[in-house]
Design a protein around this ligand. Structure first.
Ligand code: TSX
Ligand code: MN
Length: 557
């Protein structure tokens, strides 16, 4: 317990002591956040066969998860608030006392034979009034190294906490204690005993049994969205499942846009968009790809920050055409989970390039093209620092004023490419009615239409009806609210073909939004919203017929 003695925050020190007594780890390590610390942990993981160094990418490592631990588990994620109303019809509410009692039993001795890592982390820049601190206890070195990429992590956070600072207490175990002499598995976890529970009144998060992404990196979905959304409700701000980007026109005028899409709808691709041929005089910059914390400013506008410092992006489908900036971001100092390994020591996934003649697949098996299975898990991920993203915005650590909020989803029918709301109240309604065809990031049936208000269904920490009400209340306080838009890049035509080319061409949609924000282009007023006129829509350089446009923009079937 020597490792904790230097800690100046008595309450934190006592919590760690008390938890360590219960978890019964064989060692304790307070993380400093240095590169040397991360290197040593990764080296140790390689020595135990739990990570594989990627020779072609400096500082990069491959992890192969247990095939039963590959995604967030919404069915086992709970908000355990003292008042049942706080978790509404859309969330899984758990009785706090019952869940606490059950998890306490599960955590008893859960870290036997393992090291307990203390991970102090800050969501948002250290010292910013918008930021929130968490301290995660975990027995997963993979989580430690991932948290170092995704958050500001280490000693500087303890310094910021001082002797009295408040933090969200985060407790995580893979739930697989080791008996003396017991051999570890390559990805320890406990898939039959998974639970992610949030205790908002206690400022506490418990996560057991999974080592994967949003289940285990507790700063992201748990603190960054579920807990933060509750704080935002109480304190008058919004924690949203949104990318954050800058768009600059050829005259040098710049706007910031936040956009909400359900998981794995191409949010990361949009955040890092490369201008297409014919629009190279526009600039797109990236501030974040997953979370935006949005505060009303004194000037009556909304200001947003990205509380993260990395991307936890879906690998399959990320290629030199679809997202070159993401590929540059994960060229070094990155972690890969459930992707394939090439014979010459690089990572590979579907959509990266032509498949090589032979691979080792995400489960460590031989793979050849045409063998009948994908080489990579559909929810395989890269974990990469924002600092390595070529399109990173110079002001990515500052609050930026929002000119537009965009809601989008994957809809093969009915929903037009772009529509502007009539006003804030209507825009919030559009967001509240968001529906998306389901993908692999969440567990569930692929292809089904799922209601996902503001893309927050899995991430809102309280009742959805109160959440929508909170959005409306915020709107009433804003002298200069951002305009709200609805987009759909996935509409299909009569031949089941995508009607819109998407990807870089989406800059045309952003450019129209930009022009609307700056009053540079008229729109057609309909009861359902404001629609672009074909003649004004920035299609220069893209062959796109009026007939196709009409099919793309038609309201309803
Ligand atoms: O990320 C996507 N975006 C946003 C990009 C900025 N994807 C990838 C799927 C989500 C993970 C898209 N897929 C997008 C899109 O805008 N649009 C589509 C649909 C589509 C797929 C393939 C083509 C066109 C559209 N291919 C050709 O037209 C050749
Ligand atoms: Mn997400």
């Amino acid at each position: 317990m020597k490792a904790v003695e230097g800690l100046e925050h008595e309450q934190l020190k006592n919590w760690i002591y008390e938890r360590a007594k219960h978890l019964k780890p064989s060692a304790l390590h307070v993380c400093t956040g240095t590169a040397e610390e991360s290197d040593a942990l990764l080296e140790g993981l390689c020595a135990k066969g739990q990570a594989i160094r990627i020779p072609k990418r400096p500082g990069c490592f491959l992890f192969r998860s247990d095939p039963r631990d590959v995604a967030r588990v919404e069915s086992k994620t709970f908000v355990c608030s003292q008042t049942a109303q706080v978790a509404g019809v859309n969330n899984r509410w758990g009785d706090p006392d019952a869940f606490k009692a059950c998890l306490e039993r599960w955590f008893d001795g859960a870290m036997q034979g393992r090291t307990l890592y203390v991970v102090p982390f800050c969501m948002g820049p250290i010292g910013s009034p918008y930021s929130r601190i968490g301290v995660q206890l975990t027995d997963s070195p993979y989580v430690v190294c991932s948290m170092r990429i995704m958050t500001r992590m280490g000693s500087s956070v303890l310094e910021a906490l001082g002797t009295q600072g408040s933090y969200v207490a985060c407790l995580h175990s893979v739930g697989m204690p080791l008996a003396p002499g017991q051999k570890d598995s390559t990805w320890p976890c406990n898939p039959d005993k998974v639970c992610i529970a949030h205790f908002p009144e206690a400022n506490l998060i418990y996560s057991f049994g999974s080592g994967y992404g949003g289940n285990a990196l507790l700063g992201k979905k748990c603190l960054g969205l579920r807990m933060a959304s509750i704080m935002g409700k109480q304190e008058g701000w919004l924690a949203e499942h949104m990318l954050l980007m800058g768009v600059k026109d050829p005259q040098g005028q710049k706007s910031y846009i936040a956009a909400a899409f359900p998981s794995a709808c191409g949010k990361t691709n949009l955040a890092m968009l490369q201008p297409p041929e014919g629009m190279k005089d526009w600039t797109v910059t990236t501030l974040g790809d997953d979370i935006a914390w949005i505060h009303p400013g004194k000037d009556g506008r909304l200001y947003a920050i990205n509380p993260e410092t990395g991307f936890f992006g879906v690998a399959p489908g990320t290629g030199p055409e679809t997202n070159p900036n993401a590929l540059m971001s994960c060229a070094r100092n990155s972690l890969f989970t459930n992707v394939a390994l090439t014979d010459d020591g690089d990572v590979w996934w579907e959509g990266l390039s032509e498949p090589p003649a032979h691979l080792t697949d995400w489960q460590g098996c031989h793979w050849t093209p045409g063998c009948g299975r994908p080489a990579t898990h559909p929810n395989a991920r890269f974990t990469a620092p924002i600092l390595q993203c070529p399109s990173r915005d110079p002001d990515w650590e500052k609050p930026v004023p929002l000119d537009a909020i965009v809601f989008g989803a994957r809809r093969s029918t009915d929903v037009p490419l772009v529509l502007e709301s009539l006003n804030w109240v209507h825009g919030v309604q559009l967001g509240a009615n968001l529906c998306s065809e389901q993908t692999a990031a969440a567990d569930g049936t692929v292809g089904q239409l799922r209601k996902d208000p503001m893309a927050m269904l899995p991430f809102c920490g309280y009742a959805m009806e109160d959440y929508i009400q909170h959005w409306q209340a915020i709107g009433k306080t804003l002298a200069h609210p951002p305009k709200i838009f609805q987009v759909n890049f996935f509409r299909k035509g009569a031949y089941n073909d995508f009607l819109w080319p998407g990807f870089g061409q989406n800059l045309r949609v952003l450019a129209w939004i930009f022009q609307r924000v700056h009053g540079k282009v008229p729109a057609q007023q309909t009861p359902e919203g404001l629609l672009p006129f074909y003649a004004d829509f920035p299609l220069k350089g893209l062959e796109y017929s009026q007939e196709r446009w009409d099919a793309l923009q038609r309201l309803g079937e």
